[in-house]
Design a protein around this ligand. Structure first.
Ligand SMILES: *Cc1c(COP(=O)(O)O)cnc(C)c1O
Length: 382
């Protein structure tokens, strides 16, 4: 059994073979343009709003650049670094993208029930230098996303949604990525859809979209339109910083096939496995599921559960002995030497870290696998 894995096969392989053998142009071109158009259609946004790139981390980095190019409030000229509020319980990617974007990640605590940003804790960490708040849809949970946008609006902050776990999810009826300010998805190998590696930013203002679109192509102004028309910029104009973050035709070809499998195959498979876990896990044995809002539609990327009474390590060991791999999402970032070395205590996140164990979940599993995991867990807790 695997904890997570890419669900790719012949269809993806032949799409890649087509790019290599027939098109012969491997860089950013027609496949990438089509992937962006199909993402826009899926999310119900305009094509200019989609900026595909070669990882979710790149999308977050571009979002940080866009937010700091156009903050909604003035920060003092003397400010050492603009600050971005971010929940500590996230992939290290969120923190590194903020740092790479020239900003300081300000680690915030999370809610014990969901592992998502604690807005009251975030409010206490606001300073004159805060330019944005980053939300993380932890375990595909768009929990309180409306409240996060309201918090951003009332404090003059840009809002970045790290929706790497949340492709296909809905918040109160609306798809994640169909509303907001700067929404970032990851299409790495194990996310709800994959490009092999890839990601995208969904921007809701033209200025941010155009900054990000140029920045993914070394800051060359308008290069996206030229590449999508099969051309190049031989007389480039460069006014802003940029990196090589564009998505190649090869990766986009994989993404195009994955998008066509999402609604009928991946979403039902992930939701059914999640529902099987909810049915078969036994909280009375000393575990707890993370909460979700019944009005949200969750397409689970990972299956973390809280193991109570200090039994986490024992459970991990016993499951491993039964041939069941587990994961930990995540070591809180404020514990890393680069981000504070645990000098400050973020109590809820640290307690969750001591409890959370991620169980196997990916569309390659079926209900009998979930049964196996749940009975092994039962024995481990007995
Ligand atoms: C996967 C992930 C990312 C980064 O995506 P990559 O495509 O791997 O760069 C960022 N944030 C979270 C929460 C993730 O799970």
């Amino acid at each position: 059994m695997r904890l997570s894995r890419s669900i790719v096969g012949r269809e993806e392989a032949s799409a890649v073979a087509r790019v290599i053998c027939e098109d012969g142009y491997l860089g950013m071109g027609a496949e990438t343009r089509e992937f962006e158009a199909r993402l826009a259609e899926y999310l119900g946004v305009e094509p200019w709003q989609i900026v595909s790139c070669n990882s979710g981390t790149a999308a977050l980095h571009l979002a940080v650049w866009a937010a700091s190019a156009h903050p909604l409030r003035r920060i003092p000229e003397s400010a050492a670094m603009p600050e971005i509020l971010v929940p500590t319980l996230t992939f290290v990617s969120s923190f590194q993208a903020i740092l790479a974007g020239g900003c300081k990640p300000v680690a915030c605590d999370v809610l014990p029930e969901t592992g998502t940003l604690d807005l009251e804790d975030a409010a206490r960490r606001l300073t004159g230098n805060t330019i944005a708040v980053m939300h993380v849809d932890y375990a595909s949970n768009p929990w309180h996303l409306d409240a996060v946008y309201a918090f951003g609006a009332s404090n003059g902050l840009r809002v970045i949604d790290d929706a790497a776990h949340a492709f296909g999810c809905r918040h109160h009826g609306r798809k994640v990525g169909s509303f907001g300010d700067l929404v970032c998805f990851s299409f790495d190998g194990i996310k709800n859809i994959t490009c092999g590696e890839g990601g995208c930013l969904v921007a809701f203002d033209r200025e941010s979209a155009s900054i990000a679109a140029d920045a993914r192509l070394l800051g060359v102004e308008g290069d996206t339109a030229r590449r999508f028309a099969g051309g190049r910029s031989w007389q480039p104009k460069v006014e802003r910083p940029g990196l090589r973050y564009h998505l190649s035709n090869i990766m986009a070809a994989i993404g195009n096939v994955q998008l066509s499998r999402l609604e009928d195959e991946f979403i039902p498979a992930r939701r059914e496995l999640y529902n099987a876990y909810v049915r078969l896990l036994r909280p009375e044995r000393g575990l707890k599921l993370l909460e979700t809002d019944p009005e949200d539609y969750i397409v689970p990327h990972i299956m973390p559960v809280r193991i109570l009474d200090g039994k986490k390590e024992k459970v991990i060991e016993r499951l491993a002995a039964a041939g069941i791999p587990t994961g930990i999402h995540y070591k809180p970032n404020h514990l890393h030497p680069l981000f504070g070395n645990g000098r400050e205590k973020l109590a809820n996140a640290e307690r969750l870290y001591a409890e959370l164990v991620t169980l196997p979940l990916h569309p390659g599993l079926d209900e009998s696998d979930v049964q196996l995991v749940c009975s092994a867990l039962d024995e481990a807790l007995a």
